[in-house]
Write a protein that binds this ligand. Structure first.
Ligand code: AMP
Length: 282
């Protein structure tokens, strides 16, 4: 496995691979890898000849008061995990080369970026779209793999790819959980043992909501959502949002919705945790 840090070298490598007729899959990450990230590498491996994992803590998606400086990092271990999992390249650019002084161009998606995470992080998806568009232009992939863990992000990137005609296919991989149900996240490392145990209220109440929805349909959505909120507050969490939306449009679900996304963001200790579940409606 090769580690590349320069943008021009990465582009040159990808161009050469494409000239040889190879298909490239990219897995964008911010590092501090766990099994959730590694499952994306498996999907990339299945889809393409060359797998590039990008490892870049994107400063433009953090607001000034957020955890950019303390975001967990372990580059050597990440590279070891990528190699073991069969990645070909780790692309780890320097922030100074990715975002030059005086930069003045952003990529903004304006439908799916409304609501959910944007309620508390209004410039977050602008940072995500901009860095992902740049990573696509640098790694020149045929496929890009994202996790359902960040359901809103996956919809936004899909829309960006469609609207800006990026010549690639988006693959969305399932959300991977700890054996106890907590959605895997690099930020789980902020949790003490006690906070981790209490944060299980998130996944537990989402599973409970899934059962309620399967039994009663979308008629009692309000009750389903308030049960989730109550459970999280009772466990000592602070709820950013709990919402039930049409999983394709992120609009209020109607009786015609094929599936409902129940998405939640809640803070336990120093960790803001995301989780979601998609419930098919018969
Ligand atoms: P991050 O490093 O947190 O920015 O995540 C990089 C990619 O990994 C994103 O596409 C995430 O959706 C995905 N990812 C993170 N955690 C999980 C998980 N538990 N299961 C599946 N994918 C995940």
């Amino acid at each position: 496995m090769k580690i590349i840090s320069e943008i021009s070298e990465m582009q040159r490598y990808s161009r050469e691979q494409r000239c040889e007729g190879k298909k490239i899959a990219v897995v964008p990450t911010m590092g501090y890898l766990h099994e959730g990230h590694l499952s994306l590498i498996d999907k990339a491996r299945d889809a393409a000849d060359v797998v590039i994992v990008t490892n870049f803590v994107n400063p433009t998606q953090f607001a000034p008061h957020e955890d950019l400086d303390s975001y967990p990092r372990d580059f050597d271990n990440d590279c070891r995990l990528c190699e073991e999992r069969g990645a070909d390249i780790v692309f780890a650019p320097a922030a100074e080369e990715m975002f030059m002084p005086g930069r003045s161009t952003w990529v903004v998606e304006e439908k799916f970026s409304k609501g959910l995470c944007s309620l508390t992080r209004p410039t977050f998806f602008r940072g995500v779209c901009t860095v992902v568009a740049k990573l696509f232009n640098i790694t020149l992939p045929d496929y890009a793999v994202f996790g359902q863990k960040d359901a809103q992000q996956a919809l936004i990137i899909r829309r960006m790819v469609r609207d800006l005609n990026f010549p690639l296919e988006i693959i969305v991989a399932p959300l991977i959980r700890e054996p106890d149900g907590l959605a895997m996240s690099s930020r789980n490392r902020y949790l003490s043992e006690d906070e981790h145990r209490r944060a299980l209220a998130i996944s537990r109440s989402l599973f409970q909501a899934e059962k309620m929805l399967q039994k009663k349909g979308i008629a009692d959505l309000g009750e389903v959502l308030s049960t989730i909120v109550d459970n999280i507050i009772e466990a000592g969490g602070k709820v950013d949002y709990v919402e039930a939306l049409d999983s394709e449009t992120l609009e209020e679900p109607t009786e015609d919705a094929a599936a409902v996304l129940i998405a939640c963001a809640a803070v336990f200790g120093k960790a803001r945790l995301l989780d979601n579940i998609v419930v098919k409606i018969d």
